[in-house]
Design a protein around this ligand. Sequence first.
Ligand code: 9MG
Length: 280
Amino acid sequence: MTPAAPTFSLDLQFPAVMGIVNVTPDSFSDGGRFFAADAALEQALALVREGASIVDIGGESTRPGSELVSLDEELRRVLPVVEALAGSVGVPISVDTMKAEVARRTLAAGAAVLNDVSALRYDDEMAAVVAESGCPVCLMHMQGMPKSMQDDPRYDDVVDEVLAFLEERMAFALARGVREQQIMLDPGIGFGKTVAHNLALLDGLGRFTALGRPVLLGASRKRFLGAILGAEPSGRTIGTVATTVIGYLAGAHVFRVHDVKPNFEALRVALAVREGVVAP
Ligand code: 9MG
């Protein structure tokens, strides 16, 4: 039986699909097609129709090798999209940012969740923004920074080390006034990890649910799937669905994906088998 879902400050039904809306010109899997705010709005509405119960907007690419962008540029990309979506998309808007000022401004514009791939390490003010706003936050593991994280990732035991990191980050957040119910945790598939590290994390995902917080899995179209399948990002959808089902069976709660429909359908079937939930 699936363990009881941890209390979370966001009223989400688990498992939940988080649809990805990239607003970076170099977005690795959609070629930057959704850079304009109106196109991003269309994309977000389509993801929600397909089953997303949260959308994640990011204005700074975190793909391996990418450069950070300035605060002004990130705001220029993200803020109009959040403004366009708030009130019209019908699901909570998550903002993928490491910058406290982007967090502040997008929360004021109607965003509801922060997705910080640096787990509150990049910007000293981020923890205070999360604590003061009370918003849900995703704390993700990353070894290094996007520019060089894939150069030579090393671990003695990747699962033990990522678990210890997330425990330390959670303690840090709590010490800064963030409430436990705000926190979601993420092993950071593809962030400073070899193919073998990613596979070990997926295989050991059940251990992350023991931390008592919702677990977010982000494996969508990532390079390790390309290594297994010999496929470009657009050919990794079925591989992504496999990770979603594996993640669900291991107790993960939120699945951050590009292709919402197939992942949502796979989760519905898995839910029917595990929980007897059959809904058209
Ligand atoms: C922004 N981003 C890209 N991949 C991600 C992942 O795996 N998890 C989270 N939380 N964010 C991600």
